[in-house]
Write a protein that binds this ligand. Structure first.
Ligand code: MN
Length: 234
């Protein structure tokens, strides 16, 4: 049996819920069956999750900073409040079930906030050392900046390298690790690029977009998705 993997949909302009095809294709390529999860009623989350073996949090807009007790910074981008509320509740419940979670881009911010970490609303304005172009102008499949892979991390176990070259489409990032999490990857300008739970079987957040790289034959991104699906199977 192939595992059913829920992928959160993006919410746009309050009238559309959509998802980039790369997420769907990367899950299929790794041997899972993708199910797109629209933002819906919180009360239905337990039933929704009971039918799934894993959760992939997709990228999208900025998080509403009031959810983490901050006022909106002047450089905050567009927010999608209905998606925020749904995803925070979804991740909370999935963590309680110890369901495998792969959190991508916006997803790493969601994961961080649910677990008690902190995020930058805008790294250019709020993180003094930010010097790299973290919102690349190159195509999505192009790996544009390097990141470390921390020794002893789950990410290191999966890719077995000390360094990766990744794509980058973010202006927010994790500011402070949540309790019970370890650093898995950092860029050379000090921006946190991946975090993982020490208390769950597979809860990994990455700031880049491995789905775009995996469907363009990037070996390390393929390993990441394969490992995720393997965990969802067990
Ligand atoms: Mn980056």
């Amino acid at each position: 049996m192939k595992p059913l993997i829920g992928i959160t949909a993006d919410v746009a302009n309050t009238d559309t819920q959509l998802l980039k095809n790369a997420y769907v294709q990367a899950i299929i390529q790794a041997g899972g069956i993708p199910i797109i999860l629209p933002a819906c009623n919180d009360e239905d989350i337990p039933q929704l999750l009971s039918n799934l073996s894993g959760l992939l949090l997709s990228g999208g807009n900025d998080l509403n900073p009031l959810l983490f007790n901050e006022e909106p910074h002047r450089s905050l981008g567009e927010v999608t409040p209905s998606r925020d509320v749904f995803e925070l509740a979804l991740v909370q419940r999935a963590l309680e079930l110890d369901m495998p979670i792969l959190a991508i881009c916006r997803g790493i911010q969601v994961l961080s906030i649910v677990c008690g970490g902190e995020v930058y609303q805008d790294i250019v304005q709020q993180h003094e050392g930010t010097s790299h172009q973290h919102h690349q102008n190159a195509p999505r499949k192009h790996p544009s900046h390097s990141v470390s892979v921390e020794k002893g991390s789950l990410l290191h176990t999966i890719v077995n390298h000390h360094k990766l070259i990744v794509n980058s489409f973010h202006h927010q990032s994790v500011k402070k690790l949540p309790p019970g999490f370890r650093l898995a990857s950092i860029a050379t300008d000090g921006i946190i690029e991946a975090i993982e739970s020490c208390e769950h079987q597979f809860v990994l957040g990455v700031q880049w977009h491995p789905e775009e790289l995996a469907i363009h034959d990037d070996k390390d991104s393929i390993k990441l998705f394969d490992h995720f699906i393997k965990k969802c199977r067990s």
